[in-house]
Design a binder for this molecule. Structure first.
Ligand code: C2E
Ligand code: CA
Ligand code: CA
Length: 247
């Protein structure tokens, strides 16, 4: 409790002092070996200038209703960064994390639509990654949120797929474009026959529904090779590149 109140203070100060920044991690297209996608991952810069990872503050921010403010800042900064790159002739697509609780929020929907519409017509529309889908209170409203953003060219991805709260049911009902296979299936892929079977099953179902697949936590070359054999579309992880403030 004490620590949560302390973190609440840190988060509020960081919001006031504009100390939340996006970092970017590359996503490799396994079909053609190119990198055109990055995932945006939030970092807090503390008062001494040290970089604080989201594991330290996301739970508290979600519990205390501060996550929306952080997500809005990260969306705004990512799209601004994308526009700057575009002016230099560099075309990239960004995946941005949304808290599933955000899907109940009409105000946020309006904000997102405005920000996406401000993007030049050449700018690729973002992919929004959803975790903790069980936190969606009203599935009908969430689907409307997703459809609204898809109608202006955005895409959606189910994060941490295969564990916890994501499931095939959400794949069907939420009309997503990508699944991100959870790291627990990828870490030991070369050693575990079961994990290869699970990944294969997820890929079959996803592709059957016209949904693309991304593997996260890809840390070595053998994993890349297996992912290609299993028909996974994209790979993300330290072997491809670590998150960094620049791309
Ligand atoms: P996630 O969306 O599943 O992001 C992947 C996490 O795994 C990132 O941690 C990334 O740095 C880490 N990672 C990627 N590849 C590797 C690898 O090969 N090895 C290892 N050991 N780690 C790898 P990070 O940046 O600490 O983010 C943690 C979580 O915080 C994210 O998990 C996401 O759920 C949440 N998050 C991050 N940024 C945002 C944001 O802007 N908004 C919201 N709502 N949540 C965010
Ligand atoms: Ca994510
Ligand atoms: Ca994930």
């Amino acid at each position: 409790m004490h620590s949560r109140m302390e973190w609440k203070g840190h988060i509020q100060n960081a919001l006031k002092e504009d100390r939340f920044v996006p970092w970017f991690q590359p996503i490799l297209d396994l079909k053609n070996g190119t990198i055109r996608h990055y995932e945006t991952l939030v970092r807090m810069i503390d008062k001494e200038g040290a970089v604080v990872p989201p594991g330290m503050f996301i739970d508290t921010a979600e519990a205390l209703g501060l996550i929306r403010e952080i997500d809005k800042i990260i969306i705004e900064k990512t799209l601004k960064f994308q526009s700057e790159l575009l002016k230099e002739g560099r075309q990239f697509c960004f995946s941005i994390n949304l808290s599933a609780k955000d899907l109940d929020d009409r105000e946020l929907l309006g904000f997102l639509k405005n920000k996406v519409m401000e993007l030049s017509t050449y700018g690729e529309r973002p992919i929004f990654e959803l975790t903790e889908t069980a936190a969606v209170h009203d599935l009908g409203r969430a689907v409307k949120f997703i459809r609204d953003l898809k109608s202006i060219g955005c895409s959606f991805s189910l994060d941490d797929f295969g564990v916890g709260f994501t499931s095939f049911r959400y794949l069907k009902e939420m009309e997503v474009d990508y699944i991100k296979i959870d790291c627990s299936f990828i870490k030991m892929l070369a050693e575990s026959k079961n994990d290869r079977l699970f990944v294969k099953a997820m890929v079959d179902v996803a592709h059957g529904m016209g949904v693309k697949t991304v593997a996260e936590f890809v840390e070595n070359e053998p994993t890349i090779k297996i992912l290609r054999e299993l028909g996974v579309d994209y790979a993300q992880g330290y072997f491809v590149g670590k998150p960094a403030p620049e791309i």
